[in-house]
Design a protein around this ligand. Structure first.
Ligand code: UT7
Length: 330
């Protein structure tokens, strides 16, 4: 028996992105619109964050409905049937309900009854955490096709009287299909994830099922988060480069979590990254938490920037703190 196992050829599966999709709420809210409901100015928002507008979900648009639409487009793009999916991971901090997992709502909307589905909660880093989990399932040989979705309706947990936070976030969803491909040079090359719970009180929601029993509102010490974001993002980029024996110039596209243009500029300066390689969508989406990376990826692919074979580095940092990176040969 041992000899038989030793003689078996070890199969190496790569998780290749075979489809991508996105979905945004219909309603656009500009900075000017916000000046009518909160004590702010268009100049302050643009200068301090780079945000010009954001999408806000209407009552009938939910995390699962936006996620379902993004998933349908990704499946079409991958030329797969819905039932080809073995695993759905939904990265979200704003599920439809406390349970069941909104991933299962999406599963049902897609008419899939044979896959497993769950929510991943790592706030703004959720998408890279979900990619890692799906990648591991594929590399273990357990899953052939996985849908990895980031979908959020942060507008529902914003305190619209707090100008320090309500101008920063938006709603939306993005999705990728990862397909197991034997021996490919393409696919996910590395994942590096981190958490540090000591900083939970710099960015959190002041409610939840086991504490206040209500949903609560987002609270943030913006400057505190900013400093850690630049430090952690820079170090996780360097970690990915070191691990893969690459230089920053080797990266074709850098697709960061979109929180603040000034964070991206500071990180670019710190790690020596050329700004024209950074995909920036914060001006039109604002911070969409776990949805921001797949939304930015979708835009970059649609615009013909990211192409097959490109080296694409994703990174995110958010509440917890949690942060991480994913390197993909597209
Ligand atoms: O996705 C998760 C990760 N999140 C982040 O990465 C967010 C990180 N933080 C940030 O992006 C920035 O810290 C903010 C955009 C949140 C804030 O920018 P800042 O340059 O750090 O501003 P601040 O908080 O130091 O506030 C500066 C001033 C204050 O007034 P005083 O005390 O100087 O008179 C604020 O009251 O700006 C004031 N302010 C505003 N003014 C107009 C805060 N919010 C607003 C506003 N409109 N919306």
């Amino acid at each position: 028996q041992r000899k038989k196992i030793m003689n078996q050829k070890i199969k190496i599966y790569q998780s290749v992105v075979t489809g991508i999709g996105a979905s945004l709420p219909k309603k656009i809210v500009t900075n000017k619109d916000l000046t009518k409901i909160v004590d702010t100015t268009e100049e302050w928002i643009v200068e301090r964050t780079g945000i010009e507008e954001r999408r806000i979900a209407s009552d009938n648009e939910t995390t699962s409905s936006l996620g379902t639409e993004a998933a349908k487009i990704a499946l079409q793009n991958a030329q797969l049937k819905n039932t080809d999916i073995d695993l759905i991971i939904l990265a979200t901090a704003t599920p439809d309900n406390t349970f069941p997992a909104s991933a299962t709502v999406i599963q049902s909307s897609l008419g899939i009854d044979k896959c497993y589905a769950y929510d991943m909660q790592a706030v703004c880093s959720g998408f890279v955490f979900a990619l890692e989990a799906a990648d591991n399932a594929i590399k273990a040989g357990n899953v052939k096709n996985a849908l990895v979705i980031g979908s959020e309706t942060f507008s529902r947990i914003l305190d619209w009287d707090d100008r320090g936070t309500c101008v920063l976030f938006g709603d939306g969803a993005g999705a990728v299909v990862l397909s197991s491909t034997e021996g490919s040079e393409r696919g996910i090359l590395s994942n590096h994830l981190h958490s540090d719970g000591r900083y939970g009180d710099l960015l959190y929601v002041d409610g939840g099922p086991s504490t206040s029993t209500n949903v609560g509102y987002l609270r943030m010490d913006g400057q505190g988060v900013f400093k850690h974001a630049v430090k952690n993002i820079s170090s996780v980029i360097e970690e990915a480069l070191d691990y893969n024996d690459l230089k920053v110039e080797d990266i074709d596209w850098f697709v960061p979590h979109q929180a603040n243009i000034r964070i991206l500029e500071s990180v670019a300066k710190k790690v020596g990254l050329s700004e024209d390689k950074i995909i920036v969508t914060v001006q039109k989406h604002a911070n969409t938490s776990a949805a921001s990376i797949p939304l930015a990826l979708f835009d970059a692919v649609q615009e013909g920037k990211i192409k097959k074979g490109d080296l694409v580095l994703l990174e995110a940092m958010g509440g917890g703190f949690s942060w991480g990176s994913t390197l993909i040969r597209w």
